[in-house]
Design a protein around this ligand. Structure first.
Ligand SMILES: Cc1cc2nc3c(=O)[nH]c(=O)nc-3n(C[C@H](O)[C@H](O)[C@H](O)COP(=O)(O)O)c2cc1C
Length: 303
């Protein structure tokens, strides 16, 4: 299949951050059936993550406060060399604390030759006192248009479910020139309390939710985005099985992301989900392209 001019073996995408930026690991993810691997978000300067514990498995999903640790875009020589020699498609995720920082990181990263740049507008925005670029149409538009001006590769905007109207944010990104939307980032923040020590469990106290528990929110977001834009969507959030992927595609996704499920089903979750998806399509006598946005079919009647 083809996505924005790049050939992919299949529609599955590794979500940013879950497996870091080691190219040995990213290559193994590809060998285990992943069509497009996304790098962990890369920032403007060296940044430590939060203290441990940072990730807790709740059984029905994860809560994490990793805190976007990054060596900084210009301290990643090993990764950029590996990227230049790769034999599989790579999506490079970036973040910044201001429009200018997003643009600086995007320019440098785009020059390293990834297949796509994913703009993580779901991280704290120092210009807006801790708010996120992705909950405000004008700041989402400003970041995406600044990145588009310097990027030599297609730009994907990654959205947060915290936006009051995610369709409007997606449309602002499309108007700014985004080539695709990725949704969703983690939900929350949430909190856990250790009742014996009477303290929050995460060192950072609060963290984002991912995995099976957020799938209904992710489906609703993808459904609303499909309604709002005509660029393709990478649907992400709580997908663990082929049937979850079918749901995401019917909501409007052209590609399907997998993050937390790597921890639940192993690195070969991509092979497993590809097989399950193919079996479902074969048993329903249809192709993937037949079911993109299929859940919107009877919209006029149900409204
Ligand atoms: C440990 C962890 C680290 C993450 N790091 C990033 C990141 O660096 N950049 C980003 O855009 N999303 C990051 N995410 C969010 C995922 O890419 C994904 O959007 C989210 O987990 C929902 O997908 P899932 O339910 O399949 O895990 C992270 C998620 C987890 C669990």
């Amino acid at each position: 299949m083809e996505f924005l001019g790049t050939r992919l073996d299949n529609p599955l995408v590794l979500a940013s951050g879950v497996l870091g930026n080691s190219f040995d690991i990213l290559r193994r993810v590809h060998e285990n059936g992943c069509g497009l691997v996304t790098m962990k978000s890369i920032g403007p300067c060296p940044r430590d993550g939060h203290n441990n514990p940072t990730v807790i498995d709740l059984g029905y999903g994860l809560i994490n406060a990793v805190g976007l640790p990054s060596p900084g875009y210009d301290h990643m020589e090993e990764e950029w060399q590996a990227l230049a020699q790769r034999t599989f498609p790579v999506n490079a995720s970036i973040y910044g604390g201001s429009v200018r920082e997003f643009q600086t990181v995007a320019q440098y990263v785009s020059d390293q030759g990834p297949d796509f740049i994913e703009v993580n507008i779901s991280c704290p925005n120092s210009e807006q006192h801790g708010m996120m670029f992705g909950i405000n149409e004008s700041s989402a538009h400003a970041v995406v248009s600044a990145v588009k001006k310097v990027s030599q590769v297609p730009v994907i905007a990654k959205l947060t479910p915290q936006a009051p109207d995610i369709g409007k944010i997606a449309r602002a990104c499309e108007d700014a020139g985004a080539d695709a939307i990725c949704a969703i980032n983690t939900l929350g923040p949430g909190m856990l309390i250790d009742i014996e020590s009477r303290t929050p469990v995460l060192a950072f106290k609060k963290g984002g939710l991912s995995g099976p528990m957020i799938k209904p929110v992710a489906l609703r977001c993808v459904y609303e985005i499909f309604h709002a834009v005509s660029i393709p969507i990478i649907g992400l959030g709580g997908v663990s099985t082929g049937e979850d992927a079918v749901e995401m595609i019917m909501a409007g996704a052209s590609l399907v992301g997998i993050g937390s499920a790597v921890l639940y089903r192993g690195m070969d979750v991509f092979d497993k989900v590809n097989r399950e998806l193919d079996q479902w399509l074969a048993s329903h006598d249809c192709r993937l392209s037949d079911i993109i946005g299929a859940a919107h079919k009877n919209e006029a009647e149900t409204r």
